[in-house]
Design a protein around this ligand. Structure first.
Ligand SMILES: Nc1ncnc2c1ncn2[C@@H]1O[C@H](COP(=O)(O)OP(=O)(O)OP(=O)(O)O)[C@@H](O)[C@H]1O
Ligand SMILES: [Mg+2]
Length: 254
């Protein structure tokens, strides 16, 4: 089936998110309308502080919007309680973070098995098989008994991709997954995400790197907490760049 005719897995209508800093309300996302269809590979781009991580946290049910409607796989989720959100998150969503977020005291196999421990009963054999399969898919089975501190950054991120996959999630959310990697390791991690997409998974990835966003089907551009179209984004970017040039060359100084 064409991706364009598949149902959306993420649907946001008029979503807003505000944080309270003391008594001051800080509006981070405003009136976000977007949908991501099953099987799509979407990238999210925008300048630092514009709300990309906040948006991904809402998509991943790690946080709740302060206004608007959010449907996940057709189900309204904006009013779910914490336990229900966790249940849905554990079954449906895999995460990859810029800083890898592996647990230092657990072996590689134990790190990858972690999402399965929230899944209710599963036999040891089934758990072991899934962990081996996930590590096999990122070429890291030989490091099962090692610890995160014994791995390079690129290897850690491959393990993090295995952990995101082990529960067979419907969607993988990746927040700057190549941000702490050199170009070569970044390309390896992107190739892994590309393969997950080719296998039919939905991927939503924040990236600053235009080479990597070019691999996605579509880019959602955020500016100051709003989704904007490509032309607005490019215009604002060139304004910002010329502002930076002026600062660099002192033109704006008296
Ligand atoms: N828990 C929080 N409490 C208060 N403010 C927050 C919180 N989380 C994020 N913010 C604010 O929301 C804004 C957007 O943050 P966010 O982390 O989503 O940006 P980003 O686009 O991911 O930036 P970067 O590219 O630097 O990662 C920032 O101004 C940040 O200070
Ligand atoms: Mg961020």
């Amino acid at each position: 089936m064409q991706v364009s005719s598949r149902p959306p897995i993420i649907e946001m209508r008029g979503i807003g998110k505000a944080f309270l800093a003391g008594s001051i309300e800080c509006q981070v996302l405003t009136d976000i309308h977007l949908s991501v269809r099953q099987g799509e590979f979407v990238s999210v781009a925008g300048p630092s502080g514009c709300g990309k991580t906040t948006l991904l946290s809402l998509m991943g049910l790690l946080d709740v919007p302060t206004r608007g409607e959010f449907r996940f796989a057709g189900e309204p989720v904006q009013d779910l309680g914490r336990a229900e959100r966790s249940r849905l998150r554990n079954r449906q969503i895999g995460f990859v973070f810029q800083a890898f977020n592996l647990i230092d005291d657990l072996s590689i196999a134990e790190n990858v098995a972690l999402p399965l421990s929230f899944r209710g009963r599963m036999s040891r054999q089934e758990r072991g098989r899934r962990v081996r399969d996930a590590l096999g898919s990122v070429g890291m089975t030989h490091r099962m008994r090692h610890y995160p501190s014994q791995l390079s950054g690129g290897q850690k991120q491959r393990v993090a991709v295995a952990r995101a996959l082990v529960g067979d999630p419907a969607i993988v959310l990746a927040d700057e997954p190549t941000g702490n990697l050199d170009l070569h390791n970044g390309e390896i991690v992107m190739a892994l995400l590309g393969r997950l997409h080719a296998e039919g998974r939905t991927i939503c990835m924040v990236t600053h790197d235009e080479r990597f966003s070019a691999m996605s089907d579509r880019t959602i551009r955020l500016l100051d907490g709003h989704v904007v179209d490509e032309s607005t984004f490019q215009q604002r970017r060139s304004e910002m760049e010329s502002g930076l040039d002026q600062l660099r060359f002192g033109e704006s100084l008296p």
